[in-house]
Write a protein that binds this ligand. Structure first.
Ligand code: ADP
Ligand code: MG
Length: 279
């Protein structure tokens, strides 16, 4: 349904040397209709860039994006997006935030009011319609953002670390809520996270990106049964997946933390001291 074919992205540098930053390299990914795909990788590896390309907000340097086999080159009304922070308009109430996308899509005022109210109810924000974002908790604000993205029933929902600014417990319960809302919608989801357990709990498939330039180094099938709840956290099948993810990510994580040679140096030093001890 959604296909990335050999996508590369270079950004022109703002530095005076005029160099470029390569954010993505040869990313190819085919996503089935209704599939939930998580994208995981270390900070700066190109995850947001990838979503922005799918949303049509930034163009790929080379390669292409296809939706239903058709090449897409610009913003796409079939795609809804939720960002990490400040996904809501602070000057609009929760109700007006959710109505916003509907009105932009040409839905009448009366219908938009009704649909927005139902959607807020569905995400558990009944009674908070007239609150402004700064009167809500971080978790509630992200539920408003999710309501706003889902209310237009987009075919594709892009989520860029939507729970990244929240504590882990809140993140887990909102993940459960998201699964509940997503089930039965038939929407295809691309969900960026840097949390191993979030990816394992939510996704049908996990694309593991290398550190920059981001390449897909592994695609992991998550065969855990659905419907899922947070009860699966810690089960052997669940831990097997997070363990598998960590196996692929740890080298990239060391690299992005600037530790790539430290372990090799330590091993050499240990080997040297053993040799000295022996002599
Ligand atoms: N608009 C931009 N102009 C120049 N460089 C950018 C721009 N957006 C992102 N980058 C660079 O591209 C790389 C990937 O960024 P990003 O996609 O935001 O990574 P992630 O979301 O995985 O943290 C980073 O090195 C970042 O600095
Ligand atoms: Mg990002």
């Amino acid at each position: 349904m959604l296909e990335l074919v050999d996508v590369c992205k270079h950004y022109g540098s703002t530095e005076s040397d005029g160099g470029t930053v390569q954010a993505l390299q040869d990313v190819s990914l085919s996503v089935k209709e209704g599939e939930f795909v998580s994208i995981i990788g270390s900070s700066g590896c190109g995850k947001s860039t990838l979503l922005e390309i799918v949303a049509g907000l930034v163009p790929a340097s080379t390669g292409e994006l296809r939706i239903h086999g058709e090449r897409v080159d610009g913003p796409n009304p079939r795609v809804g997006m939720v960002f990490q922070e400040e996904s809501t308009f602070p000057w609009l109430t929760a109700q007006a935030n959710v109505e916003f996308g509907l009105r932009a899509a040409g839905v009448s005022r009366v219908a938009a009011t009704k649909q927005a109210r139902e959607m807020l109810h569905l995400v558990g924000l009944h009674g908070f319609e007239n609150h402004y974002p700064d009167q809500l908790s971080g978790g509630m604000r992200q539920r408003v953002a999710i309501a706003r993205a889902l209310v237009t029933r987009p075919e594709v929902i892009l989520m860029d670390e939507p729970f990244g600014a929240l504590d882990e417990q809140t993140r887990i319960v909102l993940g459960e809520e998201l699964l509940r809302l997503w089930q039965g919608t038939g929407s295809t989801v691309l969900f960026v996270t840097h949390s191993l357990s979030e990816a394992a709990m939510l996704a049908d498939r996990i694309a593991v990106l290398s550190s920059r330039p981001g390449r897909i180094i592994e695609l992991i099938e998550v065969t855990l049964p659905r419907p899922r709840s947070s009860e699966i956290i810690g089960t052997p099948a669940f831990t097997a997946i997070t363990g598998q993810l960590w196996k692929h990510l740890q080298r990239e994580a060391r690299r992005s933390a600037g530790l790539e040679d430290v372990r090799a140096q330590q091993q050499t030093a240990e080997a040297d001291s053993l040799t000295l001890g022996a002599s």
